[in-house]
Design a protein. Structure first.
Length: 399
């Protein structure tokens, strides 16, 4: 299993395209794997014949696990000799020590990864421990780890222990009720979205909003071929506005303000059971025509779950056009590694006062929001940035 991204520790087998005895070429895709970000292909290191496939469909394997063997020439075998065994993971469970719970002996559980055997200790490639106000005893936490639960999953349980804390009995009763309900295992992308949103919500987030006249954008769009959607106009406007004030997208990491040298802006693309956010590099230097072509390509890849982790990494901000769902207003949450998220609502006809005509005239208006990490930017800076985005959208010839 190759390293599929910096934060990817495991992947699930979704398709095996070869069988033992098949002849394969160099760099031929033979296995498809799914992470919490995308579906990607695993290719052969060299030409040869498939000797053995060591994995099974729908099973999850860690990076470094042996997926199979290729019979190759001695020269190729020497070049691609296995350098290290798959990693192993030690998971220690804490000793329960609360009077209202059964006492259990301390034990050490070792999860090893053999050739073709996957370990799924934490469930998510980057485990996140959400902290709540309710005290959780070591035994409850150990049981939660076994069930791959976070404190957020237990928020609806009314604890019966001292101080209303959740006991092991409360947890087991809760899980028994879940078993009696219709349920299915969350997809990798759904788990990935949940993981990202939990991490995002650890920051102080705020949202401001205003309205924007979309008539200039709609008129400008009619003169273009291919025709960019309003969301791409918004992406281009945000990129240009950030290029003028790059400090608005800076990240606060510790006591340092980290500023990007490139205005790489993501755009939310709906995929099966989740959202993918591919990033368009140097969006301030990319024309609307090129943005339109790139966006079409990304939508096609998103529907195939073929947007790789590298294509989703490193953005400074994201644009979400929730107006495509008929929504007029929203407070979308920025990704954990980004400071800003611009949201665009659905356009609708509204009466607008014309000072020259001294009468109300119809115009197409949409609500536009900017969600931001309040540690990195204040309301004034966010307001000026959003105002500049609106100015650019209402003068699309500048885009």
């Amino acid at each position: 299993m190759p390293q599929l991204g910096e934060s990817i520790a495991e992947a699930t087998i979704v398709d095996i395209k070869v069988k033992p005895g098949d002849e394969v070429a160099d760099d031929q895709e033979i296995i498809e794997v799914e992470t919490n970000k995308a579906v990607m292909g695993v290719t052969t290191p060299c030409k040869g014949k498939i000797a053995k496939v060591s994995v099974q469909l729908k099973e999850t394997y860690p990076v470094g696990a042996v997926l199979g063997y290729v019979e190759a020439s001695e020269a190729d075998a020497a070049r691609f000799a296995k350098q290290a065994p798959p990693p192993s993971l030690d998971v220690a469970e804490e000793i329960p020590a609360r009077a209202d719970e059964e006492v259990a002996p301390a034990r050490q559980k070792r999860i090893s990864t053999r050739d073709g055997d996957g370990a799924r200790a934490g469930g998510l490639p980057v485990p996140v421990a959400a902290k709540g106000a309710t005290f959780m005893s070591p035994r409850v936490r150990a049981r939660m780890a076994e069930l791959q639960l976070t404190t957020a999953d237990l928020a609806g349980i009314m604890g019966t222990g001292a101080g209303n804390r959740v006991t092991i009995k409360d947890l087991e009763n809760f899980m028994q009720k879940i078993e009696n309900q219709t349920a299915h295992e969350a997809s990798a992308i759904r788990s990935g979205v949940a993981d990202a949103m939990r991490r995002s919500w650890t920051r102080p987030l705020s949202t401001i909003g205003s309205s924007v006249n979309l008539d200039p954008v709609l008129q400008n769009r009619r003169s273009r071929d291919p025709k960019p959607g309003p969301g791409l106009y918004a992406l281009r406007a945000l990129a240009l506005a950030l290029a003028e004030t790059p400090g608005a997208a800076a990240k606060l990491i510790g006591n340092r303000v980290v500023q990007s040298n490139s205005m790489d802006v993501g755009i939310a693309v709906e995929a099966e059971d989740g959202i993918m956010v591919p990033v368009i590099r140097a969006a301030d230097k990319t024309s609307l025509a090129d943005l339109t072509a790139k966006y079409k390509e990304l939508v096609d890849l998103g529907r195939q779950r073929r947007i790789s982790p590298d294509m989703q990494a490193g953005g400074v901000a994201t644009v979400s056009n929730f107006g495509t769902f008929g929504m007029e207003w929203g407070t979308p949450i920025p990704l954990p590694d980004q400071t800003l998220l611009l949201g665009l609502g659905a356009g609708k006809k509204v009466p607008s006062w014309d000072e020259e005509k001294k009468e109300f005239v119809p115009r197409t208006e949409a609500q536009i929001t900017l969600s931001f990490d309040h540690r990195s930017i204040d309301g004034g800076g966010a307001g000026r940035l959003l105002k500049r985005v609106i100015e650019l959208l209402e003068a699309p010839e500048q885009l």
